[in-house]
Design a protein around this ligand. Sequence first.
Ligand code: SF4
Length: 334
Amino acid sequence: MRTYNIPIFVPHKGCPFDCVFCNQKRITGEIREVTPTDVTEIIPQHLKTLPKTDRYIEAAFFGGSFTGIPIDEQSALLSAAHEFLERGEIDGIRLSTRPDYISEKILDNLQKYGVTTIELGVQSMDDEVLKASNRGHTRADVIKAVELIKRYPFTLGLQMMTGLPLDTPERSTETAKQIIALKPAIVRIYPTLTIKDTYLEKLYLSGKYKPQTIDEAVELCKRLLIMFEENGINVIRIGLQATDEICENGSVVAGPVHSAFRELVESAVYYDKIVNATQNCERNALIAVNPREISKAVGNRRANVIKIKSEKNIDLKVTGDESLSKGEVKLVCF
Ligand code: SF4
């Protein structure tokens, strides 16, 4: 069964925070508030384009601080989505919010309207990094919010960022360890991008902030992906997609932006497995992977084939084998 999200972007006009990487404040004048009528129109528009069977559909209120808007506005938006849930036209409602915008009153209200999944923007579990990023919440706020959410039947998602100010690969790895200990069902990993008209852009232009390179971000996200998957946590997103508005409108000034970032990360995971599988090969190697994974094993623009030739002097060929599951690599001959 495939999962589909119907995205409804809820900008937080009155957001009192000023995260260094966020440009919402500066584009407030251009932001139009989402109304319940919009929700009633957006959902059927998307439903028309989705399959009728074998699908799980959630209306997804994105924007990062849904539960920070006044509770009557939350209720009005949720109520509009709830009607589709009651009629069985959608299967769930998800939203993303901040850890310090969680309380029993808020959670009771979300439960009343059938919310199924709550994603928290954790970003880091390091208080120094959170402070340098001007997030306005602490690690303790995250733990408190997670404990509260876990008293309800919601699916919990946690989002983390890499490459924030004062962040290091070691600090991101520690954040991932602490997130794993909180046992979310799902995780998203976003390498920090420097967006136009943000404080981060100022820091970058004045030389006070150094963004991650693509290679650094891929290497770190590879390690994080392995950690989460080894602990049974589903990583549903790594990096922004080329279709994300922020990438499309040329707002990214610097940082590890790539149209297929997740694929780069998954290919890097394959590279390590290929090196391991071919360690006794001298000149040639034929490896097999699941047929749907061949392009990841070969790498973006044949990166893995080229790298193993230059680093190990091995001529690599990749074939498909239906009996192998995703991520498995088998040495066929050498
Ligand atoms: S990222 Fe930070 S500043 Fe931007 S809307 Fe969310 S909480 Fe507010």
